[in-house]
Design a protein around this ligand. Structure first.
Ligand SMILES: [Fe+2]
Length: 254
C-alpha cells in the first residue's frame, strides 16, 4: 500500500487542514491503514464507501476487518463514512431479479449500532456540521429507481454557510450531478484506479467503462479520487498499488 499526498488550495477553508481519504477496503486488512493514520494524525478521516463488503450483519473476517478500521480510525480523528455500492447491495443490482427484490437500502441494525459505537459519523444521503465545516455523504444510486443517486438533499447542503466536504463513492457522479454545485471538496473511490494503469491512466472502471476519466488523482482542484485499498482480487491490479490518500489543504506559502 502506498501513501499519496495531494495539496489543494485553501479556498474557503478558514485554516490549513489535513484529511485522510480511506476508500474501498472491501473488508481487507486494516492494520497497514491504521499504521499510516497513526503516523499522519490527520484532522479528519473521510471514508467514501466499500469499506465493508456488505452491511448485512455478517460475522465473518471481512466484516470484523471493516469494523476494526472504523474503530481504529475514530480513535485517531473524527471519521466520516458513507456507503458504496457494496454496502448497498448494488453489486447484486446487476441482476434484474435482485433489483426487483430490493426496493430500498436496508442496512442491518446491528451494523449501524456498531458503526455508531465505534464513534464514526455515518452519512446516508445527509450531512452534519462539525468544527464549522459541513460533511455530507452521497450514497450509491445503483439500487434506486433509474439507478440514480438521491441528490435532493444536496440543495440544503449547498446552502449551509460553511465550507462543504462531500463523500461520494462513485466518481462518475461528478459530471452529471456535482460539478455545477458549490462544494469545496469532493472525495471518491470505487474505480480502483481503473484496475490496470497504463501510461498514467486506468483501463476500466464500473460505471465509466473503458479508459475512464476519473480513476485517480485530483480534478479541478477540489475533486479527489482514491484508487482504493483493495488488493488484487479475481482481476489483478496492474501498475496500480492500493493507496491511502492524504489531502493537505493549504495555500502555497503556508
Ligand atoms: Fe464500489
Amino acid at each position: 500500500m502506498k501513501k499519496t499526498v495531494y495539496t489543494l488550495p485553501q479556498g474557503r477553508f478558514p485554516k490549513p487542514l489535513r484529511m485522510a481519504l480511506v476508500s474501498d477496503l472491501h473488508g481487507g486488512d486494516p492494520a497497514p491503514v491504521l499504521r499510516v493514520l497513526e503516523e499522519e494524525k490527520p484532522d479528519y478521516i473521510l471514508m467514501p464507501g466499500d469499506i465493508f463488503e456488505r452491511l448485512d450483519g455478517a460475522e465473518d473476517e471481512e466484516h470484523e476487518n471493516a469494523l476494526a478500521l472504523l474503530r481504529g480510525a475514530a480513535r485517531i480523528a473524527p471519521t466520516f463514512y458513507s456507503t458504496g455500492n457494496h454496502e448497498d447491495g448494488g453489486v447484486r443490482s446487476w441482476s434484474p431479479v435482485w433489483r426487483i427484490a430490493v426496493k430500498k437500502r436496508e442496512y442491518a441494525k446491528k451494523d449501524l449500532n456498531a458503526i455508531a459505537q465505534a464513534g464514526v459519523t455515518f452519512l446516508e444521503d445527509s450531512f452534519v456540521l462539525k468544527d464549522g465545516l459541513a460533511f455530507g455523504g452521497l450514497c450509491s444510486g445503483l439500487i434506486n429507481e433509474g439507478r440514480a443517486p438521491k441528490v435532493e438533499w444536496l440543495t440544503e447542503f449547498c446552502r449551509v454557510d460553511a465550507p462543504r466536504i462531500l463523500l461520494c463513492h462513485h466518481p462518475e457522479y461528478y459530471e452529471p450531478y456535482l460539478r455545477e454545485l458549490p462544494i469545496d471538496l469532493i472525495v471518491s473511490g470505487h474505480a480502483h484506479g481503473g484496475q490496470w494503469r497504463l501510461f498514467g491512466r486506468g483501463v476500466f472502471a464500473p460505471g465509466q467503462g473503458i479508459f475512464p476519466k476519473y480513476t485517480a488523482g485530483v480534478a479541478e482542484d477540489r475533486f479527489v479520487i482514491s484508487t482504493g485499498l483493495k488488493k488484487s482480487g479475481k482481476i489483478p491490479r496492474i501498475f496500480n498499488e492500493p493507496e491511502i490518500v492524504i489531502i493537505q489543504i493549504k495555500n502555497e506559502k503556508q
